[in-house]
Design a protein around this ligand. Structure first.
Ligand code: APR
Length: 310
């Protein structure tokens, strides 16, 4: 029975909806990888050193201080390579293998953990690119699946990283104190950072989508075609504040195609659920760790996960 007070939290009720669903979509965010030890963007995990993670994810930040932005992404590449996929990633992989083209995962995550959990690639849409793609800031060159750690010797994640950052902060403070615009406050001299082997001019940059940039055109077209194809029965909104557009807009698109919404998040209705905050009594809310909840709520289709967990 659906509650008259808001979204249901009843797993058995969800299992019935799941079993009768023919087409399902998942929209994932950083919370899916939280149990793997990777930080989120907003809330408690949203700071890197004394920088807001979101303030470093812009082309303007890269233009201002490419070394600082690269160190942030070098750190994230390093952490992602050390991390392991968790049972939440594996549960989505199994759902994808069972439902084939009737299930699609849209992920905002750039950490490569869904890929490493063997999520079928055709059914996994990377809305925000990948930490392991390297693009040129000037031309169209893109290199995929570069797992070098560090990507460049100057970007090694060790104790010298802190020295470089401290030096940059000191010079920034000095510039502010003396109001001298000629003091170079950049963390690493851009001439020393890796440049594009094709155009020889542009700096290399991480192949992620920054604020103000367009999402990958072909990915958006593929997702659009999947949505248009038929009715959608259910959207799983997993570990995301659903506040970053256009990704967050997929909740409404799924609703418009008939989908019930199931939110899986550490936060409940009192938290930030963005585009998924208007849950009705036809919807579901499972509050807690996605790594624990997904294997449980998807069990009728995927069975037990025990032997697949890492
Ligand atoms: N299980 C489930 N949810 C969790 C967990 C967990 N173990 N830990 C945290 N969460 C939830 C938080 O409550 C929050 O709602 O995950 C969400 C993380 O939200 P954000 O940090 O905003 O991450 P995300 O929604 O992925 O950000 C979207 O913003 O900066 C950009 O491009 C970046 O892809 C990113 C986008």
């Amino acid at each position: 029975m659906a509650s008259i007070y808001g979204p249901s939290t009843d797993v058995a009720e969800f299992h019935e909806v799941l079993k009768s669903s023919k087409r399902i979509m998942a929209l994932c965010g950083a919370g899916l990888s939280a149990a793997s030890g990777l930080g989120t963007f907003r809330g408690a995990g949203g700071m890197w050193r004394n920088h807001k993670a979101t303030s470093l994810a812009t082309p303007e930040a890269f233009e201002r201080d490419p070394g600082l932005v690269w160190l942030f992404y070098s750190y994230r590449r390093h952490k992602a390579l050390q991390a392991k996929p968790n049972p939440g990633h594996y549960a989505l992989t199994e759902l994808s293998k069972k439902m084939l083209e009737d299930f699609i995962t849209l992920t905002q995550n750039v950490d490569g953990l869904s890929q490493r959990a063997n999520h079928p690639r055709e059914q996994l849409k990377l809305l925000h690119g990948s930490l392991f793609d390297i693009k040129c800031f000037a031309c169209d060159r893109i290199e995929q699946n570069n797992y070098d750690d560090p990507f460049h010797p100057l970007l090694a994640i060790d104790s010298t990283e802190d020295d470089r950052l401290a030096a940059a902060e000191n010079t920034a403070q000095a510039r502010a104190a003396y109001e001298d615009p000629n003091v170079d406050t950049r963390t690493i001299n851009p001439d020393d950072l890796p440049h594009c082997p094709k155009c020889k001019k542009g700096l290399l940059r991480p192949g992620v989508v920054w604020f103000g940039e367009a999402l990958p055109e072909d990915t958006i077209a593929e997702v659009g075609a999947w949505i248009e194809k038929d009715k959608i029965d259910l959207i799983l909104v997993i570990g995301t504040t659903a506040t970053v557009w256009p990704a967050a807009g997929y909740v409404e698109e799924a609703r418009n195609k008939g989908a019930k919404v199931a939110v899986i998040n550490m936060d409940g209705l009192e938290g930030e659920l963005g585009a998924a905050s208007d849950l009705t009594d036809d919807d579901f809310l499972f509050q807690g760790d996605a790594a624990k909840i997904l294997p449980e709520i998807l069990k009728p289709i995927i069975g037990g996960l025990e032997k697949r967990e890492s």
